[in-house]
Design a protein around this ligand. Structure first.
Ligand SMILES: *Cc1c(COP(=O)(O)O)cnc(C)c1O
Length: 353
């Protein structure tokens, strides 16, 4: 493998696995790789985790040409470590790269390099229930230049962060604010890409939601502000009269891997699934007609996040009596069961180290 490894001389003490938050602690090593127009992607290397020195004119700092991914390594009961659907993450990484005019990386090689990094940091994969090692691959535009154009140089890096259980006090429904005034992305924009810009665009509405006591924003489409897109940084699902319904990937929604896993599980269980346009009015009408059984978000961090309340203008509805619904529970148990190696993996989603 063309990967050089330089080990740290000063390993850090491992944190208490029962007191991990999210995204504040990082392991001893990271992966770096550079791109230039002559050599393409080259010089893949594992090095001690350390700050970058960047010229203040570095393009990503000014124009946001960058992409990232988020996936996890899980500790099995037998002590082994495994990744969940890394091929899907690196395939999406390259689709994001296309949209941001960033040169693609070799996905198979990137997975091999990542496995090598996680193997080296194996002791950092926590073993307490619900904990994991969060993996953040990123690419940034690296030219020192203030003009607006596509960068010629890039840095790829991967950092690792041991993270705590998302639900230390158990699985709790969240309150969601449907924004009528702000939009995250529009078709033809960057909504399908996992890129910094979409997060910058989401902060203002997120703050307004927090001000009013809501955890997350439910985004509507940017044109008619009628059709549901996604929630915060998660995809969204409804159970309507026993059918699983989620907005179709229309060009402005992030194609979540947890979303895809939920759909594949539901189909395997024989549950009817619809990927289609879903208006906010349809959801409020279904609730009035007693047909809105459940609502939940999906994403790598929480896996499943049940929604207990939706607030839209002057109207607010309570869903599943503000309790965790049976389907939310069933998807959560099935996906985490595969991730931690407690259940069979009929889809080939697991990569063991
Ligand atoms: C990452 C992300 C998701 C969830 O994707 P997963 O692959 O399931 O983690 C959903 N929406 C947005 C905007 C995201 O960035």
């Amino acid at each position: 493998m063309n990967l050089s490894i330089t080990k740290t001389a000063n390993p850090k003490p491992k944190p208490d696995p029962n007191n991990l938050g999210f995204g504040t602690l990082f392991t001893d090593h990271m992966l770096n790789m550079d791109h230039d127009p002559e050599k393409g992607w080259h010089n893949a290397r594992i090095e001690p985790y350390s700050p970058f020195s960047l010229d203040p004119s570095t393009m990503v700092l000014h124009y946001g040409q960058g992409i990232f991914e988020g996936l996890k390594a899980y500790r099995r009961e037998d002590g082994g470590v495994q990744l969940f659907r890394p091929e899907a993450n690196f395939a999406r990484f390259n689709r994001s790269a296309d949209l941001l005019c960033i040169p693609r990386i070799d996905a198979n090689q990137a997975i091999e390099h990542l496995k090598e990094l996680v193997r080296l940091e194996k002791e950092w994969v926590p073993g307490a229930p619900g904990t994991s090692l969060y993996i953040r691959p990123t690419i940034i535009a690296a030219d020192p230049y203030l003009g607006v154009r596509v960068s010629h140089h890039y840095r790829y890096f991967v950092i690792l962060s041991p993270v705590g259980a998302y639900y230390p006090q158990g699985f709790n429904p969240v309150r969601i604010w449907v924004t009528m005034n702000y939009v995250r992305a529009v078709r033809g924009g960057l909504g399908e890409a996992k890129t910094m810009a979409n997060y910058a665009a989401s902060l203002y509405a997120g703050q307004r939601a927090h001000d009013q006591g809501y955890t997350q924003v439910l985004w509507l489409d940017g044109v008619e502000r009628r059709f549901i897109e996604e929630v915060g940084s998660m995809n969204i699902f409804f159970v309507l009269g026993g059918t699983l319904v989620t907005p179709a990937l229309n060009g402005s929604i992030l194609p979540g891997i947890t979303r895809d896993s939920v759909i594949k599980l539901a189909r395997r269980w024989g549950m009817p699934v619809e990927e289609r346009a879903v208006s906010i009015d349809e959801i409020f009408d279904a609730q009035a007609a007693g047909k809105l059984d459940e609502c939940f978000g999906t994403g790598t961090a929480a896996v499943i996040s049940p929604v207990g309340e939706l607030k839209y203008g002057e109207r607010a509805i309570t869903i599943s009596g503000n309790q965790v619904g049976p389907m939310a529970r069933k998807f959560y148990d099935a996906i985490t069961g595969i991730q931690y190696g407690l259940a069979k993996d009929p889809f080939g989603w697991i990569t063991r180290l």
